[in-house]
Design a protein. Sequence first.
Length: 164
Amino acid sequence: MSKATEWLKARAPGFNQLSQDEQKAITDFSLLWSLFESRVLASDGCARVVCDAVAQWNNAGALDAALFDDELAYFKARYYAGNDFTYHFDNLHLGRSDRAPMVRAVLDGSDNDPQHRLATALIIVYRYRNNLFHGLKWQYELAGQLNNFNAANAILMKALDRYG
């Protein structure tokens, strides 16, 4: 165990209760996001740049939104159920520039455009990044995040393999 992990277990609320898989998924996410932002977003991580990258892939004929269908299905189930958005959706804390109307339309199934589907998946991953790095995920002590980070990590690895 690293010194940082020992320190977090001793001092960070709830960290000691996280499984090793949860701790690893969060650590992996931090590294994968950093690499993704460097290689794909030219170190300018924001929803606009995410959408621009997806548009470039689409314009070049390289867009493969179906590659991300499993993770998008997970996001749809988490954030939209029973003809309404779940309480988890508000916890994404979508900002003005995060293309909330598009994200909502993809999650509720009214927008099935491949470019919008991939952009939405990546914007959700971007929100995980912001919520983790700006401390919002610590409000609930990182509990219950394993599936979120596993989905985000899968998206980042696929995007890096395909576009990075």
